[in-house]
Design a protein around this ligand. Sequence first.
Ligand SMILES: [Zn+2]
Length: 148
Amino acid sequence: MARSRRPAVDEWFAGEGARFRLLGTRCAACAAVFFPREDTHCRNPACPGGELTEVPLSPRGRVWSYTDSRYRPPSPYVSDPELPWEPYALIAVELAAERIVVLGQAVPGVTVADLAVGMEVEVVAGVLYEDTGTTWLTWHWRPTEVAV
Ligand SMILES: [Zn+2]
């Protein structure tokens, strides 16, 4: 039986294929954009507070910083302790229009050796983990200039 595909976190992203987007919220009073989404109060200390509405974030940004994860993160990170730990690249991506930095894993196959500050990346759907019935989805950053 095919696994169903479900987001690992509700309402943080939506869409499939080229239409996949991270979802943030924007304050109507000061135009600040938040990711992870902020649905209660604007976090801008200079803002009196405005209505927060959902906005899809820019699909592309530039590498602001990056590192690699050489150890198994503690719970609630989900990984199979029976399998050897596979390091992955973690990228902080600056979204120019939103003026925010969004963390995420690089797509599988991309290592820190493939990355450089300022490189353009795009957001794509990725697999966080799979269990018997479900493929749990997250987002990955894919360099637009690197063949994977
Ligand atoms: Zn605000």
